[in-house]
Design a protein around this ligand. Sequence first.
Ligand SMILES: Nc1ncnc2c1ncn2[C@@H]1O[C@H](COP(=O)(O)OP(=O)(O)OP(=O)(O)O)[C@@H](O)[C@H]1O
Ligand SMILES: [Mg+2]
Length: 271
Amino acid sequence: MAIEHSGGPAGASGASAISIKGLLKRYKAAGREDILALDRTDIELAEGEFVALVGPSGCGKSTLLKILAGIQPPSEGEALIKGERLTGPRPDVGVVLQSPVLFPWRTILKNVMLPVDVLRLDKRRYRSVALELLKLVQLEGFEGRYPRELSGGMQQRVAIARSLINDPSLLLMDEPFGALDAMTRERMNAELQRIWMERRKTVLLITHSIPEAVFLADRVLVMSPRPGRIIEDIRVDLERPRPMSIMGSADFARYVGHLRGLLHAEGGIDG
Ligand SMILES: Nc1ncnc2c1ncn2[C@@H]1O[C@H](COP(=O)(O)OP(=O)(O)OP(=O)(O)O)[C@@H](O)[C@H]1O
Ligand SMILES: [Mg+2]
């Protein structure tokens, strides 16, 4: 099996769900030198694609995700979602940030229901969806608890449930499984693959785990150390649905080995 560069997005419709052109982000700090976090980055994701983004710590991955989430403006270049310029967070984009942002005064159920309140959707209808999602992330019974009563990994799972509540067509996830134990992480990987296959969402997943990227993604984008640029775009040609056992296959190992080699040459990553 030859490892192939993807040559860009694939997708039945060919329409771009995400289109980033010449994106540059500079953080300014008074009295200190500016930090160039992203340097003229280009990325295209077709509708329905599952793309993983890997790269060394501090290379600008979260910066990129926050720009796409409409939380931060770029300094230069453009970021389009479904052909539209970003003006702020969008209701059709579910976001999981690297550190879960939960409201301490809201119960777990109410945290998951937040988008329903913000978007003024039918509370009664979505309450049962929220309870289903809490079950999916194995937090049944914690509905009435508060974030402070949950571990970091549990809070992360609340944020995952929240990102799915209104069935967004696009998901942006920044290390969503970073604080989970290996078993829970594998289970969540399988669930995410299932949700993606059933609902055909477009997913951009940032991860430090190369096996996770290969297991889940159609394409793996590799970023250079800061200032981040995409240096490789690898198509993962493994059949779906991918069973857990695929991680033991020779093809899987070749993808992982290839990506590890690239990242070690670029300054290291775990996993
Ligand atoms: N709000 C901010 N103000 C100033 N500098 C920032 C800010 N956020 C990020 N940076 C800087 O931008 C660079 C990229 O940060 P970013 O969080 O995007 O990296 P990352 O690739 O997500 O890293 P990690 O894998 O560790 O999460 C870093 O040098 C960081 O110090
Ligand atoms: Mg980050």
